[in-house]
Write a protein that binds this ligand. Structure first.
Ligand SMILES: O=C(O)C(=O)C[C@H](O)[C@H](O)COP(=O)(O)O
Length: 209
């Protein structure tokens, strides 16, 4: 089993987090792990992101931390250097595909169409992020892809929340879903880690439901 395959099956939900204050990283990761969501994607959208990844990798051993919004090969290198185990992209590009082969971090490329999914699978990336899930066609599109491309597995992300996550998780080619709903900006700013732990627990229980 590849690292990406393992990561995608550890929990039903991968929280996609935006960290503005590096001091938030460790308490946030502890809350997510305590709530049952050990896989955490820190988006490279803020100046604090890589420092946050480093802090989580060093101080929260039960978390499996990765980066998100990975757009260029240098992001993969920076992710590995910060201690990320995996890296997630909204799409894919020839440069990223070349750089990701044999890279220290596992790469989860994004796809939203049959052609994108087939091209990535041909290049050896059979686990993909289906993004932007709701805007691209949601579970109906995923079910349509499952017919001709049954071996490709997705982490669906984009527009998913507590209300529709179960529908995605019940779709045969969905390994897990990702989303920002578990770590809302308001709770992050307030440092409400207990509130985030509650949201994580609710999300972690989804597969059963
Ligand atoms: O940053 C990336 O790498 C992305 O591709 C986008 C994120 O995964 C989505 O922005 C999360 O989607 P929401 O849960 O709808 O907020």
């Amino acid at each position: 089993m590849t690292l990406i395959e393992k990561v995608l099956h550890l929990a039903p939900v991968i929280p996609v987090v935006v960290i503005e204050d590096p001091a938030h990283a460790v308490p946030l990761a502890r809350a997510l792990v305590a709530g049952g969501l050990p896989v955490i994607e820190v988006t490279l959208r803020t100046a604090a992101a890589l420092e946050a990844v480093r802090a989580i990798a060093d101080q929260v051993p039960d978390a499996i931390v990765g980066t998100g919004t990975v757009r260029r090969p240098a992001d993969l290198d920076a992710s590995a250097k910060a201690g990320a185990r995996f890296a997630v992209s909204p799409g894919a590009s020839p440069d990223l595909v070349a750089a990701a082969r044999g890279h220290a971090v596992g790469w989860l490329p994004g796809a939203a169409t049959a052609s994108e999914a087939m091209t990535l699978a041909e290049q050896g990336f059979g686990f993909q992020k289906f993004f932007p899930a709701e805007a691209a066609g949601g579970t109906a599109l995923l079910r349509s892809l499952h017919g001709p491309l049954p071996e490709i597995r997705f982490c669906a992300t984009g527009g998913i929340g507590l209300g529709n996550a179960v529908d995605y998780l019940a779709t045969p080619n969905v390994a897990c879903v990702g989303g920002s709903w578990v770590t809302p900006a308001g709770l992050m700013r307030a440092g409400d880690w207990a509130g985030i732990e509650r949201l994580a627990r609710e999300a972690a229980a989804l597969r059963a439901g």
